[in-house]
Design a binder for this molecule. Structure first.
Ligand code: A2P
Length: 343
């Protein structure tokens, strides 16, 4: 790795590990849209996808099955093929001299691994030792919105409920939601195989494994990762995570308790000017953010900022953000962009 942990100052040799998945495909699109400086691009996935083609800047790139030779000569690997795949290849990637930006949860809470949201803790990215973790999707959306508020008045407690789309469970879960919705419309009884239950005209508590404290893994990721990203080890946060029959983009209802009352107009102004945030708020028309407002978009939409009538120090607000974009692929690319932008 070069001096100061920047990426080399030239077009980079890059691999997408998990290139055929929902996040991998979005990474590919964003690399093209953002004219990321690329010399060579390798698309890696499992044996199942070897030989398929994906388009990039008008040319067709062949997907290859990952093996230990495929990381030779690379500068940067974006991994979005799940924790076990990242764990399996991490050492090989680092031995080849490449930086791994990992979308899985495998290394996020490792104290040696920076967990980065560029709008929140960009400086930490430069402390990496060959691996940077991309946070959990709902946590990224949450911290981008908490940060500008906490910069003015410290936060004491956050209560969050999530409404998470099928995209969070990958491309197969998105397809299953479409297929099972059609089955219900055709009068059939939907039978799920990707998610534990059918999401069609339904919702259920997040299906990640339950902890001993009865919180699920997703909820505890929000607690622990938010504390790490915001560098607030004692922050009180409680979450309830729910899967909803939305194809793409997550929503979150937040109750934020500050050390003292937070004037609504100041909060609105801060969020209006916060990087990565847009305000969708028309009280006259009762119009606030919806998943369809942000699907395929970079910004996180915030609205219905209001005083909590039950507590003078609390604000309520609602947000929507594209899980595949800012919640995963875009955030990963923004991390890499931090490391290529020289002062
Ligand atoms: P493949 O399409 O060959 O199965 P998603 O999160 O949308 O389900 O995508 C998962 C991604 O991870 C896909 O690109 C998938 O490739 C890839 N993947 C899954 N298992 C492996 C593996 N053992 N080795 C490499 N890539 C894998």
């Amino acid at each position: 790795m070069s001096l100061n942990n920047f990426l080399p100052d030239r077009p980079l040799n890059i691999a997408l590990l998990g290139a055929t998945g929902a996040v991998g495909k979005e990474l590919l699109q964003l690399l093209e849209d953002r004219s990321f400086p690329i010399n060579e691009l390798r698309l890696l996935a499992s044996e199942r996808s070897a030989g398929k083609f994906q388009s990039f800047h008008g040319s067709q790139i062949k997907v290859e099955a990952v093996d230990s030779e495929k990381f030779e000569g690379l500068d940067l690997v974006f991994a979005s093929a799940g924790g076990s795949v990242s764990k399996k290849w991490k050492e090989r990637i680092n031995n080849s001299g490449a930086l791994l930006i990992d979308n899985s949860s495998a290394f996020r809470m490792d104290p040696d691994v920076p967990l980065i949201v560029p709008e929140v803790n960009p400086g930490k990215a430069f402390t990496h030792k060959g691996l940077i973790a991309n946070p959990n999707c709902t946590t990224i959306l949450l911290t981008v919105v908490l940060k500008p508020l906490s910069s003015l008045i410290p936060i004491e407690r956050v209560v969050v409920s999530t409404y998470q789309s099928a995209s969070g469970a990958g491309a197969q879960a998105m397809q299953e939601l479409q297929d099972l919705t059609q089955e219900v419309l055709n009068g059939k009884k939907p039978k799920s195989s990707v998610l534990p239950y059918s999401l069609a005209f339904n919702l259920f508590l997040h299906n990640s494994p339950l902890d001993l404290n009865s919180y699920c893994e997703e909820e505890m990721k929000m607690v622990n990762e938010t504390r790490k990203i915001m560098d607030c080890p004692d922050l009180s946060l409680t979450a309830t995570c729910v899967r909803v029959p939305v194809l793409r983009a997550h929503s979150e209802a937040l109750n934020i308790q500050f050390e003292k009352p937070f004037p609504i107009e100041v909060a609105r102004e801060l969020l209006l000017n916060a990087p990565g945030v847009e305000l969708i708020e028309d009280f006259q028309k009762n119009r606030f953010p919806m998943p369809t407002d942000v699907a395929g978009k970079d910004s996180i939409a915030v609205g219905r900022i209001r005083q909590d009538i039950s507590h003078p120090n609390c604000l309520e607000l609602w947000l929507c953000g594209d899980q595949i974009r800012k919640g995963a692929a875009l955030n990963a690319i923004q991390i890499a962009e931090l490391l290529i932008t020289r002062p």
